[in-house]
Design a binder for this molecule. Sequence first.
Ligand code: SDX
Length: 392
Amino acid sequence: TKGVITLDPGYKNTGSCESAITFLDGEKGILRYRGYSIEELAEKADFLEVAYLLIFGELPNQEQLDKFHADIKSHSVVDDDVKKIIDAFPKSAHPMGVLSSLTSALTAFNPSSVNVDSEEEMYNAIVRILGKFPVLVAWTMRKKQGLPLDYGDDNLGYVENVLKMMFKSPNKDYEQNDILVNALDKLLILHADHEQNCSTSTVRITGSSHAGLFVSLSAGISALWGPLHGGANQAVLEMLEAIKEDGGDTKKYMAKAKDKSDPFRLMGFGHRVYKNFDPRAKIIKVAADEVLGDLGVEDPILDIAKGLEKEALEDKYFVDRKLYPNVDFYSGIIYRAMGIPVEMFTVMFALGRLPGWIAQWKEMRMRKEPIGRPRQLYTGETLRAFTPIEKR
Ligand code: SDX
């Protein structure tokens, strides 16, 4: 009784894609960017090197990296009129909604970033957004805090500059803290790409209509905002805080997570692809101990997180379903120790994912892929005659 169509075998299914950027093996817990293991890159590279690797396919030599950074810095000023847009938002606006809007609005101030067909035009759009996006991230946070917005300092490194724009107090000198720089560098590397996840697929399919890079990224930011995706890092901290307020009773939350009648899920656990440990979660868990130790921060939330992880890894429901901690489970603990507000956690995820989104959008455009058009299996009504309203 239900109509079902069969796909014409010749129809080019655009629901999935080929890509040479990131490889992950969900069963073995393997993640590689352009063939380099995430473990090596997190330990030995810095974020801008990894951004270059993802976007252009090779690790840069010093001259290439210096030129890349210089080109990015030459485009790191955001048009002052963008402040009028950010001023229009209520302080209660979620930073992800502000960031998505500002990223899309950048198109109006950089019209050359829309019709990019040549490699040169694409490069110009890429260094523009890599230069301006950190400013938007910092402005989004500072606006919410009622603090002045600034354009950063071209004499600083990429990650150093992000931290200064976010944390410089208006009435005293800013002192760089290498613990924070190294922690943020590692977190951004670990978030930089992850093959065809929800937000990256959104960037690719939006860009496949030849919509500009900035609006494609804006669509990706909106997709990332969801609590089942990047929004999980904020939801994890809110969950851990609730458990702490509740006297640290993790068993009650484990029971809720297993109760099918309860929509609650253990945030930061499970993954569409990883049915083993998320390799990023392993690295971030170690980093959380190191960073909090180096900063001299005692955070009971970390102990609750470790207790929850231990319980889940011994619980039949989680073990049978291969539910392990994912990238979002420990990252928020580090962001919090760095002094980043919980509502900004997913914005930090977007800052890390930016080069991956750019690389995937560039690959799709350079390969001249057709417009994305996933098909469906139709399960609705078969043909039926119209019934006049007086007869319904
Ligand atoms: C990211 O795709 C990517 O690569 C994403 C990402 C990236 O880098 O881009 O890795 C980033 O988004 C990580 C995921 C962050 N989200 C969360 O932590 C939210 C909590 N996790 C879940 O909502 C869930 O695990 C998802 C959304 C991540 C995956 O959802 P699925 O695909 O529906 O999970 P599944 O098919 O593996 O579920 C199998 C079973 C189901 O139960 P049964 O129907 O078999 O009884 O496990 C259950 C699910 O209900 N389950 C959970 C659970 N996750 C899955 N039960 C309780 N708590 C959970 N977290």
